[in-house]
Ligand binder design. Structure first.
Ligand SMILES: NC(=O)c1ccc[n+]([C@@H]2O[C@H](COP(=O)([O-])OP(=O)(O)OC[C@H]3O[C@@H](n4cnc5c(N)ncnc54)[C@H](OP(=O)(O)O)[C@@H]3O)[C@@H](O)[C@H]2O)c1
Length: 249
């Protein structure tokens, strides 16, 4: 089923990987995009690509852990875009963690970027959209949020937290017509996963973005990307904790 195309969208975490591809595909569909991340040169290069293809893009260098800057920046972006139909929160970090490593600095970065940055940006969008009874909020979670795996304790925690936040947001603002979409990708070929051991069912970022845009336009509540992960994770979630502890996944 085809969904409603977005006219103006914010993409937080637009400088590479899933966020960059999502921005390109939205722009190709006629959406005016605001590109947000720390690396200005990557954002400018992406904006040039979008403009060369006839699209419109604005660039805002920003670190999502500068939480205090977010309310004013959000308002500025909405003014520059001339309104807002959708926001995609794709910013995320997953530093490499050794199996015996406990590094609070890495853990803190994951909570700040993957959770608190999302809350700070999406709260702003929720207030704006709830006031008009329209708009779509999209958060990029992960299949990693479905279980606490030994390899990435805080990455898994951050994605579980994000998904619970998004569900609560949906239950708050869904009743006034705002859509909240939780995207749960399996492995995607991006800078985040480069250099990792062979990952199961890995897909290109272009394909992930295609499915993310389609699910967001349809207003799907929770979309696994690709869809097969819904069934894989249903099985993995059903594994008793004592057995899961013995497994190397
Ligand atoms: N790749 C996968 O297999 C996979 C699977 C499931 C879920 N995900 C999730 O998908 C999302 C996108 O990841 P990706 O794979 O596309 O990785 P990526 O290519 O490394 O992209 C991460 C994005 O987050 C931005 N970011 C990181 N820290 C930031 C900060 N402090 N402030 C602002 N922006 C920041 C980066 O921009 P700057 O560095 O320029 O700031 C970049 O645009 C993440 O939430 C990730 O957890 C990925």
């Amino acid at each position: 089923m085809a969904g409603k195309r977005f006219g103006r969208a914010i993409i937080v975490g637009a400088s590479s990987g899933i966020g960059a591809e999502t921005a390109k595909q939205l722009a190709r569909g006629g959406c005016v995009v605001a590109l947000i991340a720390r690396r200005e040169s990557e954002l400018n290069a992406l904006a040039e690509t979008i403009r060369a293809a006839g699209g419109t893009a604005f660039v805002y260098p920003h670190d999502v852990s500068d939480f205090g800057d977010i309310p004013a920046l959000f308002q500025q972006v909405c003014r520059d875009l001339g309104g807002l139909d959708a926001i995609f929160y794709a910013a995320g970090v997953m530093p490499r963690i050794a199996v015996d490593e406990f590094d609070f600095a890495k853990d803190r970065a994951m909570i700040e970027v993957n959770v608190l940055g999302a809350v700070a940006w999406l709260n702003e969008a929720a207030v704006r959209f709830a006031a008009t009874g329209a708009g779509t909020i999209v958060g990029i979670g992960s299949v990693a949020g479905d279980r606490g795996r030994r390899g990435q304790p805080v990455y898994c925690t951050s994605k579980a937290a994000l998904e619970t936040y998004l569900e609560s947001l949906r239950n708050r603002v869904g009743r006034v017509g705002v859509r909240v979409v939780t995207i749960k990708p399996g492995p995607v070929d991006t800078p985040m996963t480069r250099g990792l051991d062979k990952l199961p069912l890995i897909i290109p970022a272009e394909e992930a973005a295609r499915q993310i845009v389609a699910a967001s336009e349809r207003g799907t509540r929770v979309a696994y990307v690709p869809g097969i992960w819904r069934y894989v994770m249903a099985i993995i979630r059903a594994i008793p904790s004592a057995l899961f502890q013995k497994m190397n996944i």
